[in-house]
Every structure is written in C-alpha cells, then in structure tokens.
Design a protein around this ligand. Structure first.
Ligand code: CMP
Length: 142
C-alpha cells in the first residue's frame, strides 16, 4: 500500500461556477477520502506564498491575482496513490490538452482559470498541506 495525502484546491472560478459539490463528489467517487476541508479567501500575499515556486514565471502576477480574487476550497485527500489519482481526475493544466471526462476538460475556461489544483509530488504535497493546515491531525474515516 502506498497511502498518500495530497492538497486539492477548488479555485475561485470553480467556486464561482458552483462546482464545489461536483468536484468533491468526483474525489469521493474515485475513492479518495476527504480528511480535511476549509473555505478561505486568500490574500495576494498568501497566494504568492503558495505559488512561490512559480515566482519567476511570466504568469505569476496574473495567477496570484486570480487566486486571491474570490473564495477557494482547500482539502486534503487521502488514499492509495492519491497524488497521481487526483491528477488524473483533474486532467492536464491546459484544458485543451486534458483528457475527456476530466475536471478541467469538463469545466475549465483556460490554462490559468482551470478550476482545480492538486499537488504534483509527495514533497510538494507535504509543503502544501502544511501551508493551509499547519499542525493538523488528519482524520481518517476508513
Ligand atoms: P496549478 O496546477 O494550480 O499550478 C500552477 C498554476 O499556474 C496552474 O495550475 C495554472 O492555473 C497556472 N498556469 C500554468 N501555466 C500557465 C500559463 N502558461 N499561463 C497562465 N497560467 C498558467
């Protein structure tokens, strides 16, 4: 068993499109367990901190404006190979390249406003979970 935790975000466009329930439902139908959940509105500074790894990218300012433009839902998902399974559910960053039936293919408007975020590695998952849920005791229901 390779039980992993991963950080998932329903971004401001996903919240604005009333997709919180749809996205959470996809996690649950996939068998990923929701072990932490909260809704927050990021400040620009918090968005920049979260995406610090992208601070040298041309889209950094726009991305952090977008991520601080409205509420987001942040969650910790748990399960076997949770990181890659969540990334399969999300689809490619650019919805035009995302496979059919993925969240981004179904709902995203573009490469920046792409509805969801998911950690890309165990190392980043640990950093990202700690960013939004510092010191949390993760609760498992199964
Ligand atoms: P995410 O998976 O949250 O990781 C970084 C985010 O940066 C990505 O989703 C997109 O929202 C955004 N992003 C990535 N590439 C680009 C790009 N070329 N132009 C604008 N935004 C981008």
């Amino acid at each position: 068993m390779n039980t992993e935790h991963t950080l998932a975000i329903v971004k401001p466009d996903g919240v604005g499109k009333r997709l919180i329930g749809e996205v959470i439902s996809r996690y649950e139908k996939e068998g990923l367990e929701i072990v932490a959940l909260r809704m927050i509105k990021l400040s620009k500074r918090e968005a920049k901190g979260f995406y610090a790894v992208h601070s040298d990218k041309h889209f950094f300012d726009s991305l952090t404006d977008f991520m601080s433009s409205g509420p987001v839902v942040v969650a910790v998902l748990a399960g076997e190979n949770a990181i890659s399974r969540n990334r399969q559910l999300m689809g490619a960053t650019n919805p035009k390249e995302a496979a059919e039936g993925t969240i981004r293919r179904d709902f995203a408007d573009g490469i920046e406003q792409n509805v969801v975020h998911g950690s890309d590695s165990p190392e980043n998952a640990a950093i990202e979970i700690n960013y939004f849920f510092p010191g949390i005791q993760l609760v498992h229901t199964s």
